[in-house]
Design a protein around this ligand. Structure first.
Ligand code: HEC
Length: 117
């Protein structure tokens, strides 16, 4: 019985180890997923800001300087961007600047990450 004991302990330790690995993974999984979602969302926001900078700020800088899009105001202006670009379709104003299908898709996808609906 004495000889058997250490082995028995080893088995318990090993089984505990095997059991704790998936349990540990389960506790960290939500944070891993959350981190990935945050990374994806900030990537999307960067892409949206690139579009707003190249297609909208070119004009706003001169004609509507109060609404020059930056990384700081982009979220606050999301509801207005949605209204102007997708609902009223007033922006981009004029005939010169057009958004491509891809650019509309990126803006729309980013808007879905904003709490505006
Ligand atoms: C050729 C010029 C021009 C371009 C390009 C342009 N805008 Fe504008 N935008 C204006 C002007 C001028 C105003 C202010 C007067 C008005 O609302 O028409 C304005 C106003 C706005 C407003 C505020 C409207 C409100 O609620 O009062 C938003 C939001 C906006 N633009 C978004 C955009 C977005 C997004 C783009 C790019 C996809 C864009 N604009 C491209 C000229 C432009």
């Amino acid at each position: 019985m004495r000889l058997f004991k250490p082995n028995y302990l080893k088995v318990v330790v090993i089984l505990f180890g095997i059991a704790i690995i998936p349990a540990f993974r389960l506790t960290t999984l939500p944070t891993v997923i959350e981190a990935r979602v945050i990374a994806e969302e900030s990537e999307l926001e960067r892409a949206a800001l690139d579009i707003l900078k190249s297609k909208c700020n070119v004009c706003h800088t001169r004609k509507n300087p109060k609404k020059v899009f930056t990384s700081k105001n982009i979220s606050d202006l999301a509801p207005k961007i949605y209204q102007q670009v997708f609902i009223k379709r007033r922006m981009p104003k004029g005939k010169e600047v057009k958004l491509t299908t891809q650019e509309y898709a990126v803006l729309e996808k980013w808007l879905f990450t904003q709490d505006i609906f």
